[in-house]
Design a protein around this ligand. Structure first.
Ligand code: SAH
Length: 204
């Protein structure tokens, strides 16, 4: 996976490459999917949701430029794989999921792997997790119509936020950087994610 899908593309962060060769991705998918866990594609994880393609996990993570001492917020825990990768690259991960069965599964896997620097809760992540903010980096792994304002507010100065923004079929991966209170947004790539559902996302 690392050789063929990441190194051959534009993943150059050495810590990230190391971490993605170590985190056991097959433990984040159902038994029936294990044989396909390291393939170059997303996979279903139940409840109509998906675990992102390894390359997408890598490129979103690389864009956060983590050094090791950060506090990171993830919206959309899903299988827990993205949070697991983040947890090996920063100090503390907070992750929010709106579907209880997925949250429960992810928590079990974190415990099994002894990834103790991840805290997860059930909630509408478009509201962020204000009690623990501000965050050095925020990653949203579901696509919404706009960047949720609470997340921008909970991002620390010099922080980076990455989120897919668009309609429900295709989104642009946007990187928001905050510097001395100024916000800069850069489009990185076209992507397709499941819906970000919530007060500052799609309503259902
Ligand atoms: N990062 C996950 C990807 C899961 S797919 C992984 O590595 O497996 C995106 C997830 O976002 C889904 O589980 C979905 O339920 C969740 N989600 C969608 N809207 C949300 C919201 N407002 N708050 C929290 N989670 C949300």
């Amino acid at each position: 996976m690392v050789q063929e899908q990441l190194l051959r593309r534009d993943i150059v962060d050495q810590r990230l490459l190391m971490v993605m060769s170590e985190v056991p991705r097959h433990l984040f998918v159902d038994d029936a999917m294990r044989g396909r866990a390291y393939g170059d594609h997303p996979l279903p994880i139940g409840a109509g949701q998906t675990i992102s393609q390894p390359y997408v996990v890598a490129s979103m993570t690389q864009a956060l430029k983590l050094k090791g001492d950060e506090k990171v917020l993830e919206i959309g825990t899903g299988s827990g794989y993205q949070a697991a990768v983040l947890s090996r690259l920063c100090e503390q991960v907070y992750t929010v999921e709106r579907i209880n069965s997925l949250l429960a599964g992810a928590r079990k896997t974190f415990d099994k792997l002894r990834y103790y620097n991840i805290r997860a809760k059930l909630d509408d992540g478009t509201l962020g997790w204000p009690e623990n903010g501000p965050y050095d980096a925020i990653i949203v792994t579901a696509g919404g119509p706009e960047i949720p304002r609470p997340l921008v507010e909970q991002l620390s100065d010099n922080g980076r936020l990455i989120i897919p923004v668009g309609d429900q079929y295709v989104q642009e991966l946007q990187l928001l950087e905050k510097n001395e209170g100024q916000v800069k947004i850069t489009d990185l790539a076209s992507v397709r994610f499941v819906d970000l559902v919530g007060e500052h996302g799609w309503n259902r």
